[in-house]
Design a protein around this ligand. Structure first.
Ligand SMILES: N[C@@H](CCC(=O)N[C@@H](CS)C(=O)NCC(=O)O)C(=O)O
Length: 212
């Protein structure tokens, strides 16, 4: 297998998810930075990689994959250990429910382009923009805490990390970065702390990236 190429950005939480999954699977990869703050994602060159103009994208096995959940699903099928989406149908649905609660119902509302649209064309002031951000984190995390708590162990489901933890860690990082308090969500705080103690998660952290 030639070395996969991740179209990446250090503080992109969707790319952070894929960095974690690649590390957990033990896949060595090249990171190519797409500077979101400079608008690289909107260039014709990058839209040829991902027509949505979003990171991440992963070149692997002759495929060009986009959408972080589809990429993680590919990696889980291609490199089965450690398994990130359980085979048991009930557990599988539970893990996907938690992952999608983050990926579909928190993250898109607080994405860079949404925040820029609020403060740009809609003229929303910074404090209202911050309130918007915190609102959707609290809505999502409150539900996720309730969903996760009955079946959580060291991680969101039991005692091994799953795709749900792969999505949780970057979302917790973002919440803290935007000064959203997370103490009201003890199950999420515990799973995040346990995951961050794992080397594969730690190496994917934005502060651990070596960017030129
Ligand atoms: N659903 C997509 C979301 C990707 C996404 O929103 N990426 C963000 C960074 S976390 C991005 O590229 N934003 C660029 C922008 O907002 O202009 C996925 O999971 O891959």
């Amino acid at each position: 297998m030639s070395r996969p190429v991740l179209h990446d950005y250090v503080r992109s939480s969707a790319a952070y998810r894929v960095r974690i999954a690649l590390n957990l699977k033990g896949v060595d990869y090249e990171s190519r930075q797409v500077n979101l703050l400079e608008g690289d994602q909107k260039s014709d060159a990058y839209r040829a990689v991902n027509p949505q103009g979003l990171v991440p994208a992963l070149e692997i096995d002759g495929h060009l994959l986009t959408q972080s959940l589809a990429i993680i699903d590919y990696l889980d099928a291609r490199f089965p250990e450690p398994q990130l989406v359980p085979k048991d149908p009930g557990e599988r649905a539970h893990v996907l429910t938690m992952a999608l609660a983050i990926a579909c119902d928190i993250h898109p509302l607080n994405n860079l382009r949404v925040l820029k649209y609020l403060s740009g064309p809609l003229g929303v002031e910074q404090d209202h923009r911050d309130a918007w951000y915190a609102h959707w984190v609290h809505e999502g995390f409150a539900a996720l805490e309730t969903l996760a708590a009955p079946r959580a162990g060291r991680f969101l489901l039991g005692d091994s990390p799953t795709m749900a933890d792969v999505l949780l860690v970057p979302q917790m990082f973002n919440a803290r970065r935007f000064n959203v308090p997370v103490e009201a969500y003890p199950t999420l705080v515990r799973a995040d702390a346990n995951a961050c103690a794992i080397d594969a998660f730690a190496r994917a952290h934005p502060d651990a990236q070596q960017v030129n």
